[in-house]
Design a protein around this ligand. Structure first.
Ligand SMILES: *[C@@H]1O[C@H](CO)[C@@H](O)[C@H](O)[C@H]1NC(C)=O
Ligand SMILES: *[C@@H]1O[C@H](CO)[C@@H](O)[C@H](O)[C@H]1NC(C)=O
Ligand SMILES: *[C@@H]1O[C@H](CO)[C@@H](O)[C@H](O)[C@H]1NC(C)=O
Ligand SMILES: *[C@@H]1O[C@H](CO)[C@@H](O)[C@H](O)[C@H]1NC(C)=O
Ligand SMILES: *[C@@H]1O[C@H](CO)[C@@H](O)[C@H](O)[C@H]1NC(C)=O
Length: 383
């Protein structure tokens, strides 16, 4: 009897100590937190208590064997044959998801600028430097910038497994990767884009604006926020699609070219106007219109042209913003350093930047002592 009571007492003691430690931990964690951390905590608690709203678990899509009947199929390069076999596939199993990146669909209007960065599994060093520089999740000018990397899979066998594991490990630390189980290749970028828009419709439909771009650019996200805030008549609920405008072009018919599109893929000799895929800005509204249009437009493997096709079908136009330099920056003379930060303080986006230059440039651009003369007004888009 005494033995049982002693055990009960001991148990009660251990339990209360445990509760005490928990409380202490809770208090320690909460007293000194900044706003951002508090938000992260809430975010995590929500993840724990809410169930996933939607499970993406599509079966693998079957090859379309009839594609081989297309005239001249055997003469086409391998990657184009692959494309034609799988052109109809629009759903792939999800490997990594971020259902609460925007706080859930209902809260997603709290995201002002969502950075959507195409990145292949192997590009770890690029992701790492972007997380520390322009793609850092933060409050800027009173509004939230959030980040997602979108990825497929590369390689096969052990190498594929290892790269998937790398993304899993990164996800555990940064919570910023959406990955589907399709082959991440140049000709599957349109697929990646559509899969992202589908994700957005489910999980982040009310984000105000998006930057859609590559992982090898310098995106001046501070300037972007300021530019977008300056659009007095558009809070993201109206049309916006701005970048490096390309028009009056059509499919390249030379088979050695990276952008080769044979008539078997597109018969027409012209493309609609579009913005170069290195990086462009769009409103949440326009993203959802594009997603709607994409449902009834056959996939064209060149992703930026495909976005142009979706806009055209909706009767909307892409616009040119002179701050987006996807073809690089024009430096007036050889005497100038191409990495002189003063050339970059007014840009929205420059392609392309390697990790070390990017890390340095972003730090210099954010140095309050940087002296370059007055900043240009970025609020003017011109067609
Ligand atoms: C395509 O070719 C296969 C044999 O290679 C044939 O069975 C099929 O009927 C052909 N036509 C279509 C439209 O699939
Ligand atoms: C398969 O390919 C053929 C030839 O291009 C095409 O006519 C057919 O619509 C495709 N089937 C599907 C399911 O996309
Ligand atoms: C696109 O991804 C699918 C699924 O992994 C793959 O079967 C197909 O070959 C890929 N297409 C290209 C052009 O890489
Ligand atoms: C997209 O389509 C859905 C369903 O057809 C519709 O409810 C929604 O308003 C559309 N969104 C836009 C932005 O066009
Ligand atoms: C920038 O230009 C826009 C329109 O051209 C104008 O409305 C705005 O006041 C300007 N902003 C500054 C800071 O000069």
């Amino acid at each position: 009897m005494r033995n049982v009571r002693a055990k009960a007492l001991l148990l009660a003691g251990v339990l209360s100590l445990f509760v005490l430690l928990l409380c202490k931990d809770f208090i320690d964690n909460n007293i000194f937190n900044l706003e951002e951390d508090a938000r992260e905590d809430k975010h995590q608690i929500r993840q724990l208590i809410q169930k996933k709203p939607y499970v993406y678990s599509w079966p693998a899509c079957q090859q379309n064997m009839s594609a081989a009947n297309i005239t001249g199929f055997k003469t086409l390069p391998q990657h184009i044959q692959d494309f034609l076999y799988y052109r109809h596939c629009r759903h792939f199993p999800m490997l990594l998801d971020l259902p609460y990146k925007c706080g859930g669909a209902d809260k997603s209007a709290e995201v002002f600028l969502l950075l959507v960065i195409k990145s292949s599994p192997g590009n770890y060093d690029r992701r790492e430097v972007l997380r520390k520089t322009w793609a850092k999740e933060r409050l800027h000018n009173g509004v939230w910038i959030r980040r997602v990397f979108i990825s497929g899979t590369t390689d096969t066998g052990f190498e594929k497994e290892r790269l998937n594991k790398l993304l899993k490990v990164e996800q555990r630390e940064y919570n910023d990767i959406i990955q589907w189980d399709f082959h991440d290749s140049f000709f599957n970028l349109t697929l990646k884009q559509i899969l992202f828009l589908e994700w957005m419709e489910q999980n982040c439909p009310n984000a105000h604006f998006l930057l859609n771009g590559d992982d090898d650019v310098l995106a001046h996200t501070n300037n972007m926020v300021e530019y977008l805030q300056g659009l007095k008549d558009n809070d993201g609920s109206k049309h916006l699609f701005a970048g490096h405008l390309i028009y009056n072009v059509g499919p390249i018919r030379e088979s050695w070219n990276k952008y080769y599109i044979p008539v078997q893929v597109q018969e027409s000799n012209s493309y609609p106007s579009y913005c170069g895929g290195g990086g462009f800005l769009l409103s949440g509204y326009t993203a959802m219109v594009i997603y709607n249009m994409s449902q009834s437009i056959t996939i064209l493997p060149i992703d930026d042209v495909y976005m142009g096709m979706c806009l055209a079908k909706a009767g909307l136009s892409p616009a040119s913003h002179m701050g987006v330099k996807t073809a690089g920056l024009h430096i007036p003379s050889r005497k100038h350093d191409v990495y002189d930060p003063c050339f970059y303080q007014d840009v929205l986006l420059v392609h392309r930047f390697l990790s070390a230059q990017l890390y340095l440039m972003w730090n210099i651009l954010n140095d309050p002592n940087l002296e370059c003369g007055p900043k240009k007004n970025l609020s003017s888009t011109k067609l």
